[in-house]
Design a protein around this ligand. Structure first.
Ligand SMILES: *Cc1c(COP(=O)(O)O)cnc(C)c1O
Length: 430
């Protein structure tokens, strides 16, 4: 399989090259040259890592990493991703948050790290993975590259706009990981990263690598949990599984669309956003209008101009194709709060604010008489957002052991102005 750019401006590229590059040289996002057709009945009966190796084999075919794929899947997907019932009406929750940093981004970040550490590099200097994060990406990437020889990690996060536990997590790795608290919004952090990648002198002095959600190495493995859950449901019932996916930059939900396009038994796909309603507006009105992000309770989804919209427009080029393939709905902060309370009261389940957006969208559909067995993608552990969830529920959410281990360590972040000269000086140590 070779990869091309959504903007069509680069020759077909190998997977290894696309993984190392991150963004395509023409500014577009890498996408597969063609979509493989997978026959569900040929999927192995094993665990998530087995499903992932089967699913991604055609995407790795012909690449230097192909032989390593099963080992990469074993290494990256070494935690459970259970699907648990939500009440008794057939709905379920796919818990993507049992990895080391308690959010679904562990899947993509660990897979990418497992790939990159197997790629030969013609440079003896360490590769600095530079990431902007609205909270969870930075921790997942830091966790995935922490203490990996040959890598350093630099995280930029918006000061004061991530939860206290997220901030602590970001600063708690130390060793080869540096966290910067940027005086600005997530969009400022993203702009600084883009400026750094565009600065040839800086990159010559300090080799940079990317790990943001546009990276193929994060996107591809995210297909595996949709595939695995859908195959399980299909084997048991003969039916496709429908998903509601909390959505920000559209990386997670795009993986579900891609898995379905390859023939996996996935039915409807619904995007659930917070008040950053660019995607629901686009799907309803037709014209894409990126905008500045607004701060919400579901902060990891505070994205006003989702990068992966470009991949969606590649996969589904017309408004008709898009509205046939998916739908989207958005919820405000009051609805997020009400959703967290309602699910806890009715089902005894604590949800993070992001997953609560999906639950609110499900509740609207149930109110309209839709009784399909929807599966909600649960993107983070509620304990990561204790300051929001606990006051609403009046109880403490137990902290998973991996998150507790990070919280028990001292944390340190360096303040940084939202200014490229400041980042450049910090990276070059000048
Ligand atoms: C990143 C994140 C999202 C949004 O995922 P996208 O791939 O950007 O759409 C949702 N929930 C949580 C908890 C996240 O960390």
């Amino acid at each position: 399989m070779r990869y091309v750019s959504t903007r069509g401006g680069v020759p077909p590229t190998s997977l290894s090259e696309a993984l190392a590059a991150g963004l395509a040289p023409d500014g577009g996002l890498y996408v597969p040259e063609s979509l493989p057709r997978l026959e569900p009945s040929t999927a192995p009966p094993g665990d998530l890592a087995d499903t992932c190796a089967w699913l991604l084999a055609p995407f790795f075919a012909g690449d230097a990493l192909a032989e390593e794929l099963p080992a990469i899947c074993r290494e990256a997907l070494d935690f459970p991703v259970p699907r648990v019932p939500l009440g008794s009406d057939g709905a379920s929750v796919l818990e993507l948050f049992h990895g080391p940093t308690a959010a679904f981004k562990d899947v993509g970040a660990r897979f990418l790290a497992a790939c990159l550490s197997r790629l030969p590099r013609g440079d003896a200097r360490p590769l600095t993975i530079l990431v902007a994060t609205s909270g969870d990406t930075g921790a997942a990437v830091a966790g995935a590259f922490h203490r990996r020889p040959g890598f350093e990690v630099v995280i930029l996060y918006p000061d004061g706009r991530v939860s206290a536990r997220q901030a602590h997590q970001l600063g708690a790795f130390g060793n080869n990981v540096r966290a910067f608290a940027v005086a600005g919004a997530f969009d400022d952090c993203q702009r600084l990263v883009k400026q750094a990648f565009a600065d040839a002198d800086l990159r010559a002095a300090r080799p940079l690598g990317s790990a943001n959600s546009i990276s193929l190495g994060r996107l591809l493995p995210q297909m595996s949990y949709y595939a695995h859950a859908a195959l399980g449901h299909w084997r048991a019932t003969g039916e496709a599984l429908d998903f509601i996916v909390p959505t920000g930059n559209l990386g997670n939900a795009f993986a579900a669309l891609l898995a379905r396009a390859c023939g996996l038994p996935i039915g409807q796909i619904v995007l659930a956003t917070n008040a950053n309603r660019t995607l629901p507006d686009w799907l309803r009105e037709g014209g894409y209008r990126g905008r500045a992000s607004v701060a919400t309770l579901a902060n990891a989804m505070d994205v006003g101009d989702p990068s992966n919209a470009e991949r969606l427009a590649w996969l589904l080029p017309t408004p008709e194709a898009r509205s046939a393939a998916l739908s989207a709905d958005w919820v405000d902060d009051e609805t997020i709060r009400a959703s967290i309370r309602r699910v806890a009261e009715s089902h005894g389940m604590a949800l993070c604010p992001h997953t609560a957006c999906a639950a609110a969208v499900l509740a609207r559909r149930r109110a309209d008489g839709d009784m399909r067995p929807w599966c909600l993608a649960a993107t983070a552990h509620p304990a990561k957002f204790d300051s929001i969830v606990e006051p609403l529920l009046g109880l403490n959410v137990p902290v998973p052991p991996a998150l507790q281990a990070l919280l028990d360590r001292p944390a340190q972040a360096e303040p940084l102005a939202a200014d490229f000269a400041a980042l450049r000086a910090a990276l070059l140590g000048t």
